[in-house]
Design a protein around this ligand. Sequence first.
Ligand code: ADP
Ligand code: MG
Length: 366
Amino acid sequence: MPLVNPLPLSVRLFLGCVLLLCVALTAYRYGRDPEYSVIEFQGNSMGTTWSVKIATGALPKSEQEKISKTLKYSLSKVDSLMSTWREDSELSKFNRYNGVIPFALSSETFAVFEVAQSVARSSKGALDITVAPLVEEWGFGPGGAQEFSGPSNIKGFQSRIGFEKLKLFPNGPAVSKSIPGVKCDLSAIAKGFAVDEVARGLRDLGFENFLVEIGGELKASGTHLNGQVWRVAIEAPIFEEDGFTRRKVHRVLDLNNRAMATSGDYRNYVEREGERYSHTIDPMTGRPVKHSLASVTVIHEMAVWADAWATALNVLGPDAGYNLARKEKLSAYFISRRPISGSETDNGIEVRFTPEFAIQFQGHRN
Ligand code: ADP
Ligand code: MG
Protein backbone atom coordinates (compact mmCIF):
# COMPACT_ATOMS: atom_id res chain seq x y z
CA MET A 1 0.00 0.00 0.00
CA PRO A 2 1.45 3.39 -0.94
CA LEU A 3 1.95 5.79 1.97
CA VAL A 4 0.53 8.75 0.04
CA ASN A 5 -2.18 8.82 -2.59
CA PRO A 6 -0.55 8.73 -6.04
CA LEU A 7 -1.29 11.74 -8.25
CA PRO A 8 -3.91 11.21 -10.95
CA LEU A 9 -2.49 10.00 -14.27
CA SER A 10 -3.35 13.25 -16.10
CA VAL A 11 -1.42 15.32 -13.52
CA ARG A 12 1.56 12.97 -13.67
CA LEU A 13 1.58 13.17 -17.48
CA PHE A 14 1.42 16.96 -17.30
CA LEU A 15 4.29 17.13 -14.80
CA GLY A 16 6.31 14.73 -16.96
CA CYS A 17 5.83 17.00 -19.99
CA VAL A 18 6.87 20.07 -17.99
CA LEU A 19 10.00 18.28 -16.81
CA LEU A 20 10.89 17.20 -20.36
CA LEU A 21 10.38 20.76 -21.62
CA CYS A 22 12.66 22.12 -18.88
CA VAL A 23 15.40 19.64 -19.79
CA ALA A 24 15.06 20.48 -23.49
CA LEU A 25 15.16 24.23 -22.82
CA THR A 26 18.21 23.89 -20.58
CA ALA A 27 20.01 21.83 -23.20
CA TYR A 28 19.05 24.37 -25.87
CA ARG A 29 20.24 27.31 -23.79
CA TYR A 30 23.40 25.51 -22.75
CA GLY A 31 24.18 24.67 -26.35
CA ARG A 32 23.29 28.08 -27.84
CA ASP A 33 23.99 30.65 -25.19
CA PRO A 34 27.23 32.39 -26.05
CA GLU A 35 27.77 32.60 -22.29
CA TYR A 36 28.53 28.88 -22.45
CA SER A 37 31.63 27.86 -24.29
CA VAL A 38 34.56 25.48 -24.29
CA ILE A 39 37.56 27.30 -22.92
CA GLU A 40 40.88 25.80 -23.92
CA PHE A 41 44.24 26.00 -22.20
CA GLN A 42 47.41 24.54 -23.67
CA GLY A 43 51.16 24.46 -23.35
CA ASN A 44 54.29 22.35 -23.12
CA SER A 45 55.41 20.31 -20.16
CA MET A 46 57.08 16.99 -19.37
CA GLY A 47 58.71 17.01 -22.79
CA THR A 48 55.39 17.03 -24.58
CA THR A 49 52.28 19.15 -25.28
CA TRP A 50 49.19 19.36 -23.11
CA SER A 51 45.69 20.74 -23.48
CA VAL A 52 42.69 21.19 -21.22
CA LYS A 53 39.17 21.92 -22.47
CA ILE A 54 36.53 23.09 -20.02
CA ALA A 55 32.83 23.34 -20.94
CA THR A 56 31.59 26.14 -18.75
CA GLY A 57 29.60 29.33 -18.36
CA ALA A 58 31.24 32.74 -18.71
CA LEU A 59 34.58 33.02 -16.93
CA PRO A 60 36.16 36.37 -16.18
CA LYS A 61 39.78 36.85 -17.25
CA SER A 62 40.97 36.69 -13.65
CA GLU A 63 39.31 33.29 -13.22
CA GLN A 64 40.90 32.01 -16.43
CA GLU A 65 44.30 33.15 -15.22
CA LYS A 66 43.78 31.33 -11.94
CA ILE A 67 42.92 28.11 -13.81
CA SER A 68 45.94 28.50 -16.07
CA LYS A 69 48.20 28.95 -13.04
CA THR A 70 46.75 25.88 -11.29
CA LEU A 71 47.25 23.74 -14.40
CA LYS A 72 50.82 24.85 -14.89
CA TYR A 73 51.59 24.34 -11.22
CA SER A 74 50.27 20.73 -11.25
CA LEU A 75 52.25 19.89 -14.38
CA SER A 76 55.52 21.43 -13.28
CA LYS A 77 55.16 19.71 -9.92
CA VAL A 78 54.95 16.26 -11.52
CA ASP A 79 57.87 17.14 -13.80
CA SER A 80 59.99 18.35 -10.90
CA LEU A 81 59.31 15.11 -9.04
CA MET A 82 59.47 12.44 -11.75
CA SER A 83 61.54 13.63 -14.69
CA THR A 84 64.70 11.74 -15.58
CA TRP A 85 65.59 14.73 -17.76
CA ARG A 86 65.99 17.08 -14.79
CA GLU A 87 69.00 16.55 -12.58
CA ASP A 88 67.24 18.23 -9.67
CA SER A 89 64.10 16.07 -9.82
CA GLU A 90 63.23 13.82 -6.91
CA LEU A 91 63.61 10.80 -9.19
CA SER A 92 67.10 11.86 -10.35
CA LYS A 93 68.15 12.22 -6.70
CA PHE A 94 66.77 8.74 -5.99
CA ASN A 95 68.68 7.42 -9.02
CA ARG A 96 71.94 9.02 -7.88
CA TYR A 97 71.53 7.61 -4.39
CA ASN A 98 73.91 4.67 -4.11
CA GLY A 99 72.82 3.12 -0.82
CA VAL A 100 70.42 0.38 0.15
CA ILE A 101 68.61 1.94 3.10
CA PRO A 102 65.08 3.25 2.27
CA PHE A 103 65.03 6.58 0.44
CA ALA A 104 62.16 8.90 1.47
CA LEU A 105 59.92 9.99 -1.40
CA SER A 106 56.99 12.38 -1.81
CA SER A 107 53.54 10.80 -1.64
CA GLU A 108 53.07 11.58 -5.37
CA THR A 109 56.21 9.79 -6.57
CA PHE A 110 55.51 6.93 -4.18
CA ALA A 111 51.98 6.55 -5.62
CA VAL A 112 53.49 6.13 -9.09
CA PHE A 113 55.98 3.53 -7.76
CA GLU A 114 53.05 1.61 -6.27
CA VAL A 115 51.15 1.49 -9.58
CA ALA A 116 54.38 0.53 -11.39
CA GLN A 117 55.12 -2.35 -9.02
CA SER A 118 51.56 -3.64 -9.16
CA VAL A 119 51.48 -3.69 -12.99
CA ALA A 120 55.04 -5.09 -13.04
CA ARG A 121 53.91 -8.04 -10.91
CA SER A 122 50.75 -8.64 -12.98
CA SER A 123 52.68 -8.42 -16.26
CA LYS A 124 55.63 -10.50 -14.97
CA GLY A 125 58.00 -7.59 -15.46
CA ALA A 126 56.90 -6.44 -18.93
CA LEU A 127 56.49 -3.03 -17.33
CA ASP A 128 59.58 -2.51 -15.24
CA ILE A 129 60.67 0.94 -14.12
CA THR A 130 64.18 -0.32 -13.29
CA VAL A 131 64.74 -0.48 -17.06
CA ALA A 132 66.21 3.07 -16.85
CA PRO A 133 69.87 2.14 -17.65
CA LEU A 134 68.75 0.39 -20.85
CA VAL A 135 66.49 3.29 -21.89
CA GLU A 136 69.49 5.56 -21.53
CA GLU A 137 71.85 3.18 -23.31
CA TRP A 138 69.53 2.78 -26.30
CA GLY A 139 69.47 6.55 -26.65
CA PHE A 140 65.97 7.34 -25.38
CA GLY A 141 67.11 9.03 -22.19
CA PRO A 142 68.37 12.56 -21.59
CA GLY A 143 71.79 11.64 -22.99
CA GLY A 144 70.18 11.08 -26.42
CA ALA A 145 71.33 8.66 -29.06
CA GLN A 146 75.03 8.62 -29.78
CA GLU A 147 75.79 5.56 -31.81
CA PHE A 148 72.63 3.64 -32.21
CA SER A 149 73.93 0.15 -31.79
CA GLY A 150 72.59 -0.39 -28.28
CA PRO A 151 74.57 -1.59 -25.29
CA SER A 152 77.61 -3.72 -26.09
CA ASN A 153 76.93 -5.93 -23.11
CA ILE A 154 73.21 -6.23 -22.37
CA LYS A 155 73.85 -8.85 -19.68
CA GLY A 156 76.01 -6.33 -17.79
CA PHE A 157 73.05 -3.99 -17.67
CA GLN A 158 70.52 -6.61 -16.78
CA SER A 159 72.17 -7.39 -13.45
CA ARG A 160 70.86 -3.99 -12.32
CA ILE A 161 67.38 -4.49 -13.75
CA GLY A 162 64.38 -6.14 -12.16
CA PHE A 163 61.38 -4.65 -10.35
CA GLU A 164 61.90 -7.08 -7.46
CA LYS A 165 65.09 -5.13 -6.64
CA LEU A 166 62.85 -2.38 -5.24
CA LYS A 167 61.08 -2.56 -1.89
CA LEU A 168 58.28 -0.15 -1.04
CA PHE A 169 57.61 1.21 2.46
CA PRO A 170 54.17 2.87 2.45
CA ASN A 171 54.65 4.22 5.96
CA GLY A 172 57.66 6.32 4.89
CA PRO A 173 56.74 6.67 2.20
CA ALA A 174 60.10 5.38 1.01
CA VAL A 175 61.68 2.97 -1.46
CA SER A 176 64.84 0.89 -1.04
CA LYS A 177 67.10 -0.73 -3.62
CA SER A 178 68.34 -4.26 -2.91
CA ILE A 179 71.62 -3.40 -4.67
CA PRO A 180 73.15 0.05 -5.18
CA GLY A 181 73.08 1.30 -8.75
CA VAL A 182 69.41 0.49 -9.46
CA LYS A 183 67.88 3.40 -11.43
CA CYS A 184 64.24 4.02 -12.26
CA ASP A 185 62.39 5.58 -15.19
CA LEU A 186 58.80 6.69 -14.55
CA SER A 187 58.20 8.06 -18.06
CA ALA A 188 55.81 5.24 -18.95
CA ILE A 189 53.42 6.28 -16.16
CA ALA A 190 54.14 9.87 -15.10
CA LYS A 191 52.06 11.45 -17.87
CA GLY A 192 49.05 9.41 -16.83
CA PHE A 193 49.59 10.41 -13.22
CA ALA A 194 49.80 14.08 -14.27
CA VAL A 195 46.49 13.74 -16.16
CA ASP A 196 44.82 12.49 -12.95
CA GLU A 197 46.40 15.32 -10.94
CA VAL A 198 45.22 18.00 -13.38
CA ALA A 199 41.71 16.51 -13.36
CA ARG A 200 41.69 16.54 -9.55
CA GLY A 201 42.80 20.18 -9.57
CA LEU A 202 39.97 21.12 -11.94
CA ARG A 203 37.43 19.38 -9.74
CA ASP A 204 38.81 21.20 -6.71
CA LEU A 205 38.17 24.45 -8.61
CA GLY A 206 34.54 23.37 -9.01
CA PHE A 207 34.56 22.16 -12.65
CA GLU A 208 32.78 18.99 -13.70
CA ASN A 209 32.87 19.12 -17.48
CA PHE A 210 36.34 18.94 -18.97
CA LEU A 211 38.80 16.97 -21.08
CA VAL A 212 42.47 16.76 -20.10
CA GLU A 213 45.17 15.63 -22.53
CA ILE A 214 48.92 15.29 -21.96
CA GLY A 215 51.01 13.84 -24.79
CA GLY A 216 48.12 11.68 -26.00
CA GLU A 217 46.94 10.44 -22.58
CA LEU A 218 43.40 11.63 -21.84
CA LYS A 219 40.82 11.97 -19.11
CA ALA A 220 37.22 13.02 -19.68
CA SER A 221 34.87 14.32 -17.04
CA GLY A 222 31.17 15.06 -17.50
CA THR A 223 29.97 16.37 -20.83
CA HIS A 224 30.64 18.71 -23.71
CA LEU A 225 28.37 21.75 -24.29
CA ASN A 226 25.67 19.75 -26.05
CA GLY A 227 25.25 17.60 -22.95
CA GLN A 228 26.92 14.61 -24.61
CA VAL A 229 29.96 12.86 -23.24
CA TRP A 230 33.33 13.84 -24.71
CA ARG A 231 34.25 12.17 -27.99
CA VAL A 232 37.88 11.28 -28.52
CA ALA A 233 39.85 9.56 -31.24
CA ILE A 234 42.26 6.67 -31.38
CA GLU A 235 45.00 7.67 -33.81
CA ALA A 236 45.90 5.60 -36.82
CA PRO A 237 49.43 4.41 -36.15
CA ILE A 238 50.97 5.94 -39.22
CA PHE A 239 49.77 7.56 -42.38
CA GLU A 240 52.19 8.27 -45.12
CA GLU A 241 51.35 10.33 -48.14
CA ASP A 242 53.71 12.14 -50.49
CA GLY A 243 56.59 11.02 -48.29
CA PHE A 244 55.18 12.90 -45.28
CA THR A 245 54.05 11.29 -42.05
CA ARG A 246 50.66 12.53 -40.93
CA ARG A 247 48.39 11.68 -38.07
CA LYS A 248 44.98 10.35 -38.91
CA VAL A 249 41.90 9.47 -36.90
CA HIS A 250 41.52 5.72 -36.73
CA ARG A 251 38.37 5.48 -34.64
CA VAL A 252 36.17 7.88 -32.66
CA LEU A 253 34.63 6.87 -29.36
CA ASP A 254 32.80 8.22 -26.32
CA LEU A 255 34.89 8.69 -23.21
CA ASN A 256 32.40 8.67 -20.37
CA ASN A 257 34.15 9.79 -17.17
CA ARG A 258 37.14 7.63 -18.05
CA ALA A 259 40.83 7.94 -18.89
CA MET A 260 42.51 6.63 -22.03
CA ALA A 261 46.21 6.01 -22.69
CA THR A 262 48.03 4.74 -25.75
CA SER A 263 51.45 3.19 -26.07
CA GLY A 264 52.84 2.66 -29.53
CA ASP A 265 55.88 2.81 -31.73
CA TYR A 266 54.52 5.54 -34.01
CA ARG A 267 54.94 8.65 -31.87
CA ASN A 268 58.35 8.13 -30.35
CA TYR A 269 60.96 6.06 -32.14
CA VAL A 270 64.21 6.39 -34.01
CA GLU A 271 64.97 5.12 -37.47
CA ARG A 272 68.40 3.78 -38.38
CA GLU A 273 69.20 2.31 -41.79
CA GLY A 274 65.54 1.78 -42.56
CA GLU A 275 64.88 0.04 -39.27
CA ARG A 276 62.55 1.48 -36.68
CA TYR A 277 63.47 1.22 -33.01
CA SER A 278 60.69 1.68 -30.47
CA HIS A 279 61.41 3.65 -27.28
CA THR A 280 59.79 0.85 -25.32
CA ILE A 281 62.29 -1.72 -24.06
CA ASP A 282 61.48 -5.35 -23.45
CA PRO A 283 63.17 -5.98 -20.07
CA MET A 284 63.45 -9.71 -20.94
CA THR A 285 65.67 -9.15 -23.97
CA GLY A 286 67.07 -5.75 -23.02
CA ARG A 287 66.21 -4.53 -26.53
CA PRO A 288 63.54 -2.23 -28.02
CA VAL A 289 60.33 -4.17 -28.61
CA LYS A 290 60.07 -5.59 -32.08
CA HIS A 291 56.71 -7.02 -33.01
CA SER A 292 53.75 -6.25 -35.22
CA LEU A 293 51.83 -4.29 -32.59
CA ALA A 294 51.68 -0.67 -33.69
CA SER A 295 49.72 0.63 -30.72
CA VAL A 296 47.64 -0.40 -27.75
CA THR A 297 45.05 1.83 -26.13
CA VAL A 298 43.73 1.21 -22.63
CA ILE A 299 40.65 2.77 -21.03
CA HIS A 300 40.54 2.87 -17.25
CA GLU A 301 39.02 4.95 -14.49
CA MET A 302 42.44 6.42 -13.72
CA ALA A 303 44.95 7.64 -16.28
CA VAL A 304 47.90 6.42 -14.22
CA TRP A 305 46.68 2.81 -14.52
CA ALA A 306 45.72 3.20 -18.18
CA ASP A 307 49.21 4.53 -18.95
CA ALA A 308 51.02 1.79 -17.02
CA TRP A 309 48.93 -0.98 -18.58
CA ALA A 310 49.26 0.44 -22.11
CA THR A 311 53.05 0.23 -21.82
CA ALA A 312 52.96 -3.26 -20.28
CA LEU A 313 50.69 -4.59 -23.05
CA ASN A 314 52.83 -2.88 -25.69
CA VAL A 315 55.91 -4.72 -24.38
CA LEU A 316 54.05 -8.05 -24.45
CA GLY A 317 52.87 -7.59 -28.04
CA PRO A 318 49.69 -8.52 -29.93
CA ASP A 319 49.17 -12.04 -28.61
CA ALA A 320 50.57 -12.21 -25.06
CA GLY A 321 49.35 -8.62 -24.52
CA TYR A 322 45.84 -9.45 -25.68
CA ASN A 323 45.73 -12.61 -23.56
CA LEU A 324 46.81 -10.74 -20.43
CA ALA A 325 44.30 -7.95 -21.12
CA ARG A 326 41.54 -10.59 -21.31
CA LYS A 327 42.74 -12.24 -18.09
CA GLU A 328 42.91 -8.90 -16.25
CA LYS A 329 39.55 -7.83 -17.74
CA LEU A 330 41.12 -4.67 -19.11
CA SER A 331 39.46 -2.42 -21.64
CA ALA A 332 42.13 -2.57 -24.36
CA TYR A 333 42.33 -1.97 -28.12
CA PHE A 334 45.22 -3.36 -30.20
CA ILE A 335 46.29 -2.16 -33.65
CA SER A 336 48.70 -4.47 -35.43
CA ARG A 337 50.51 -4.55 -38.70
CA ARG A 338 49.79 -8.18 -39.42
CA PRO A 339 46.66 -10.27 -39.66
CA ILE A 340 45.60 -11.84 -36.38
CA SER A 341 43.20 -14.75 -36.60
CA GLY A 342 39.73 -13.75 -35.47
CA SER A 343 40.43 -10.04 -35.88
CA GLU A 344 38.65 -7.33 -37.81
CA THR A 345 40.36 -5.78 -40.81
CA ASP A 346 40.18 -2.02 -41.01
CA ASN A 347 41.86 -0.25 -43.93
CA GLY A 348 44.69 -2.73 -44.00
CA ILE A 349 45.25 -2.40 -40.26
CA GLU A 350 44.48 -5.32 -38.03
CA VAL A 351 42.55 -4.51 -34.88
CA ARG A 352 41.51 -6.56 -31.90
CA PHE A 353 39.83 -5.44 -28.70
CA THR A 354 38.65 -6.93 -25.44
CA PRO A 355 34.92 -7.30 -24.63
CA GLU A 356 35.35 -4.55 -22.01
CA PHE A 357 36.41 -2.18 -24.81
CA ALA A 358 33.51 -3.11 -27.10
CA ILE A 359 31.00 -1.10 -25.04
CA GLN A 360 32.82 2.09 -26.10
CA PHE A 361 31.46 1.69 -29.61
CA GLN A 362 27.81 1.45 -28.65
CA GLY A 363 25.89 3.98 -30.68
CA HIS A 364 28.76 4.68 -33.08
CA ARG A 365 29.32 3.45 -36.58
CA ASN A 366 32.78 4.54 -37.56
P1 ADP B 1 54.61 7.26 -24.45
O1 ADP B 1 55.59 8.05 -23.64
O2 ADP B 1 54.81 7.37 -25.93
O3 ADP B 1 53.19 7.46 -24.04
P2 ADP B 1 54.91 4.88 -22.88
O4 ADP B 1 53.89 5.36 -21.91
O5 ADP B 1 54.79 3.48 -23.34
O6 ADP B 1 54.94 5.75 -24.19
O7 ADP B 1 56.32 5.11 -22.18
C1 ADP B 1 57.53 4.83 -22.84
C2 ADP B 1 58.69 5.30 -21.98
O8 ADP B 1 58.78 4.48 -20.82
C3 ADP B 1 60.05 5.17 -22.67
O9 ADP B 1 60.42 6.36 -23.31
C4 ADP B 1 60.98 4.85 -21.51
O10 ADP B 1 61.39 6.05 -20.88
C5 ADP B 1 60.11 4.08 -20.55
N1 ADP B 1 60.15 2.61 -20.78
C6 ADP B 1 60.59 1.93 -21.87
N2 ADP B 1 60.41 0.62 -21.73
C7 ADP B 1 59.85 0.44 -20.50
C8 ADP B 1 59.42 -0.72 -19.76
N3 ADP B 1 59.52 -1.95 -20.25
N4 ADP B 1 58.91 -0.51 -18.53
C9 ADP B 1 58.80 0.72 -18.01
N5 ADP B 1 59.16 1.84 -18.65
C10 ADP B 1 59.68 1.71 -19.89
MG1 MG C 1 52.49 4.33 -20.74
